[in-house]
Design a protein around this ligand. Structure first.
Ligand code: KIV
Length: 282
């Protein structure tokens, strides 16, 4: 089956089919996401916090994003893989934005890129799209602006702020974005933005009325110590991992592992000085 591409995502939105997106950063989880039938995989720059242990997404580099995008693309054949553009890979100039989006596609193998920001980023979106690369926008809580926003806080809480977010989303659509992530806004704002544009919106903490939803994979699998209130843990995989590792440690410590069936016997045997084989190579 061919990869999911932009027209299919738009078709899903137009048909009212909810779109599930999840982040993945490596081959095993990307393979699992695809096996679960998830159509859109985001190699998010949440990589920095979820995998690399940073406090913010800001230190994530182009090299990080290319390496992890390559792994996700290599492990999938059906899902659309969208690569996040890391902090300062597109803000500095239109030229840099095109060049770096191009690297994520050429070197990473992504089918689309995502960048944060509204009206102020419309020129970047337009230029990247003009070069042939689909762009997903991202409004509301934009983690690359965490210091300006004063923390990971809900955005669009008053009417003026909500109106600005709607204008941002419209500007991204006009610039050619094929879809928009809406992060951490009141449910009414998620709904108003979704109704204001005719491209798919993918919500995270944006309520029930967006065209789709996205979650960070380690959040939904229970790996995040204090997840945001809008996260649902769909399976406490972390506890299962800890339990499995404990069982492994105990088996090693008690010499129960490796067992008889988990060892390899040599196909030669030690012989004594008379050339008689010693049992079990003894
Ligand atoms: O980096 C990321 O994982 C994201 C999602 C939260 C949308 O941008």
């Amino acid at each position: 089956m061919a990869r999911i591409r932009v027209p299919k995502v738009q078709e899903m939105r137009d048909a009212g089919t909810p779109i599930a997106m999840v982040t993945a950063y490596d081959a095993p989880f990307a393979r699992a996401a695809e096996e679960a039938g998830i159509p859109l995989i985001l190699v998010g720059d949440s990589l920095g916090m979820a995998v690399l242990g940073y406090e913010t997404t800001l230190p994530v580099t182009m090299e990080d994003m290319i390496r992890h995008t390559k792994a996700v693309v290599a492990a999938t054949s059906r899902a659309m893989v969208i690569a996040d553009m890391p902090f300062l890979s597109y803000q500095v100039s239109v030229e840099q934005a095109i060049a770096n989006a191009g690297r994520l596609v050429k070197e990473g193998g992504a089918q689309a890129v995502k960048l944060e920001g509204g009206r102020e980023m419309a020129s970047r979106v337009e230029a990247i799209v003009a070069s042939g690369i689909p762009v997903m926008g991202h409004v509301g809580l934009t983690p690359q602006a965490v210091h300006r926003l004063g923390g990971y806080r809900t955005q669009g809480r008053d009417e003026a702020a909500a109106r600005k977010l709607i204008e941002d989303a419209k500007a991204l659509e006009a610039a050619g974005a094929f879809s928009i992530v809406i992060e951490a806004v009141p449910e009414e704002v998620g709904r108003m933005i979704t109704e204001a544009v005719s491209i798919p919106t993918i919500g995270i903490g944006a309520g029930r009325y967006t065209s789709g939803q996205v979650l960070v994979i380690y959040d939904l699998l229970g790996f995040t110590p204090k997840p945001a209130h809008f996260v649902r843990i769909f399976g406490d995989v972390r506890s299962q991992v800890v339990q499995a590792l404990k069982r492994y440690r105990e088996a090693v410590e008690s010499r129960e592992f490796p067992g008889e069936n988990e060892v390899t016997h040599a196909d030669w045997v030690v012989k004594d000085s008379q050339g008689v084989a010693k049992e079990n190579g003894q």
